[in-house]
Design a protein around this ligand. Structure first.
Ligand SMILES: C[S@@+](CC[C@H](N)C(=O)[O-])C[C@H]1O[C@@H](n2cnc3c(N)ncnc32)[C@H](O)[C@@H]1O
Length: 253
């Protein structure tokens, strides 16, 4: 049986294993410990969930489609500096890395040491160039990057897991570090259309397992942008009867 306590014990193991990546780890946010410890913090959870078929099943077969829709926004070849905000189970980052051109680099941040460790293992297996792919322990609501430090920023299925205030800060931080003219790409849940059975089927699932997710159904992602945000363009596309959305914010030049 997975217990919360052993999840925390395993985390300190993970922090120790990080070596140089231990630098100034951010504390694990309370919502992550209390609500999602079983999904992201416990080593057995990583063992269970880090399976491509399972993450694809959780997204009703849409993982590759949504991953590719997010990555396509950055182009076939990435020659700038990209930030992925939070680790993702499955092969999202491996596919991001495959697009790296000779001048490109990728930073991936996550607040959970065990997730950063897991990413290191995945990237090593995928033979990623460790010089140009950095996995860093940071909290998305308090990024340790300069303003306008990244050409594009991608946030894949993170916002629905956050309480409103953290979500608001995460969106503001992601926009802050995006360069003028760069893209901030969100993929997340969305309220399905009235005819979709998922409009009804997903409510008990999300309200039981993901207490903040209905916020993302009921409000547009634009509503968490800071007041007066420097936005040149905001494009939204929905998928799978509206259960998922991609929102691309282009920062004003
Ligand atoms: C991107 S979200 C969910 C992605 C998707 N459901 C999946 O299959 O992985 C999960 C990640 O967000 C991370 N996370 C949650 N809150 C965070 C925060 N405030 N800062 C950085 N990472 C955070 C968790 O540690 C976890 O690795």
């Amino acid at each position: 049986m997975i217990s919360k306590q052993s999840a925390y014990g395993a985390e300190s193991e993970a922090v120790r294993a990080l070596g140089p990546h231990r630098l100034a780890p951010a504390p694990i946010p309370a919502y992550l410990q209390n609500t999602y410890w079983w999904a992201y913090l416990h080593p057995r959870a990583v063992h269970i969930f880090e399976r491509q078929w399972l993450v694809n099943l959780i997204l009703w077969g849409n993982f590759a489609r949504l991953r590719n829709a997010a990555l396509a926004e950055m182009g076939e070849v990435i020659n700038g500096r990209v930030l992925q905000v939070a680790c993702v189970y499955g092969d999202f980052t491996e596919h991001l890395v495959r697009r790296l051109g000779p001048q490109g680099s990728i930073d991936v941040i996550d607040v959970a040491p065990i997730q950063i460790n897991n990413l290191h293992a995945k990237l090593k297996l995928a033979g990623a160039d460790s010089e140009r792919v950095n996995a860093l322990l940071q909290d998305s609501s308090d990024l340790h990057f300069a303003d306008a430090s990244h050409d594009d920023v991608v946030v894949f299925f993170l916002l629905h897991e956050m309480p409103t205030e953290v979500r608001r800060k995460t969106v503001a931080e992601a926009l802050r570090v995006t360069k003028p003219g760069g893209k901030l790409i969100f993929v997340d849940y969305h309220k399905p259309r009235a005819w979709s059975p998922f409009r009804y089927l997903m409510v008990p699932i999300l309200t039981t397992l993901e207490p903040f997710a209905m916020d993302v159904w009921n409000n547009g992602i634009a509503s968490w942008l800071p007041d007066g945000a420097a936005v040149a363009k905001l494009e939204k596309k929905t998928y799978f009867g509206g259960l998922y959305q991609k929102v691309v914010v282009t920062k004003a030049a």
